[in-house]
Design a protein around this ligand. Structure first.
Ligand SMILES: Nc1nc2c(ncn2[C@@H]2O[C@H](COP(=O)(O)OP(=O)(O)OP(=O)(O)O)[C@@H](O)[C@H]2O)c(=O)[nH]1
Length: 344
């Protein structure tokens, strides 16, 4: 998962570390500089600009100060790397600004290695854009049952498979689940969700192909209320946000079943397209959380890095394969560890 991005971040990490290291070596003062001339954190800039210009990195009193110039080229390369990895432009900008702020002008203990300094600032910047994640079992436990979850998204991104996977996951977490076969449009969709549900031992409410999906999902909610089922998972047909009639159908579904959560499903491999589509769905029918499927096939990682920050909604799960257990709750800390290794 995200192997390309991991490699690229590794190179950026090496490059930033090398730039800081080279600047540190080049600026070892011939004669000791006066600590009083240094900018201290939280204080006004040094009064003597000629000294500030001359000294790119100073190691005085066991501290190291990085200047903007030292890392300008490495940060430009990192910016290109992120954009090439399909990280959205505003997210790239936020990451670069945060890494710069995390490195430049701060006094660091020289006891810590340059690499750990770099990794710490990369990790902290990534954690800020990845957001908090979303603990679905905790959400369900703290809400009135049934908790109704409506799944939306474009065609073929893995929505139906995701509904089945989340059903299996929630069953394992101890919740009772009913699935509403709300994709009454695509031939074979009702059978497909039926097969999944049978394998998983989950009840499905279905009507015929071509039936009104709002009616199917209304019945599913009624079933859940009557049977004290914890969670309703509502599948829907894939659609593009540009199809006004299909979007108004989704609007009707929303009015009828009153979902507690609308989950937008797209595929990680779609990169920036997934981010743009999620924003459009959020604008038209709303989205409370995101699932990105096919993360196992995505080496660039751009959508996973960008989507929560761009639309301001948390990433709930990553789909990591075709089996039911191939779904993982999105944990920002774990993703950052995966991208930057266990170092620092
Ligand atoms: N590798 C991989 N494949 C996945 C993942 N999730 C779903 N798929 C596959 O993607 C394909 C499409 O999945 P569906 O669940 O049928 O997609 P859908 O969005 O319901 O399709 P529509 O009903 O047309 O909207 C299937 O072959 C799934 O097995 C995943 O996380 N990783």
């Amino acid at each position: 998962m995200f192997s390309g991005l991991r490699e690229r971040l590794q190179s950026a990490r090496d490059r930033l570390g090398a730039s800081i290291g080279a600047a540190a070596a080049a600026s070892q003062p011939q004669e000791p500089e006066k600590p009083a001339a240094l900018e201290k954190e939280g204080e006004a800039p040094a009064k003597n600009p000629t000294l500030a210009d001359k000294v790119r990195i100073l190691i005085i009193d066991r501290e190291l100060v990085v200047s903007e110039k030292d890392i300008a080229d490495a940060l430009s390369e990192l910016e290109m790397t992120l954009l090439e990895s399909d990280v959205a432009l505003p997210v790239t900008d936020a990451l670069i600004a945060d890494i710069r702020a995390g490195l430049v002008g701060k006094h660091r203990k020289i006891g810590e290695s340059v690499d750990s300094l770099v990794v710490r600032s990369l990790k902290s910047a990534l954690l800020k854009v990845l957001g908090q994640g979303f603990d679905l079992p905790a959400y369900i436990r703290s809400h009135e049952r049934p908790v109704k979850i409506l799944f939306t998204g474009v065609n073929g991104t893995g929505k139906t498979t995701t509904v089945a996977k989340i059903g299996a996951y929630l069953k394992k977490e101890g919740f009772s689940v009913v699935i509403g076969a709300g994709d009454t449009f695509r031939a074979g969709a009702i059978e497909q969700i039926g097969v999944h549900a049978e394998r998983l031992g989950i009840k499905v409410i279905e009507h015929q192909t071509g039936a009104d999906p709002s009616a199917v999902l209304f019945d599913t909610v009624q079933y859940a209320i009557a049977h004290k089922t914890d969670v309703v998972l509502a599948d829907t047909a894939g659609r593009f946000h540009t199809k006004a009639n299909l979007m108004s159908q989704l609007e009707k579904i929303r009015r009828v079943m009153k979902p507690d959560l609308i989950v937008y499903v797209d595929e990680a491999v779609a990169g920036n397209d997934a981010v743009v589509r999620a924003a459009e769905f959020d604008k038209t029918v709303g989205a409370d959380a995101i699932v990105l499927t096919k993360a196992d096939m995505d080496s660039r990682g751009g959508a996973a890095i960008s989507i929560a920050h761009t639309i301001g909604k948390p990433l709930l799960f990553l789909g990591t394969g075709q089996a039911y257990e191939d779904i993982m709750p999105f944990e920002p800390g774990a993703v950052v560890e995966e991208l930057l290794g266990g170092a620092a």
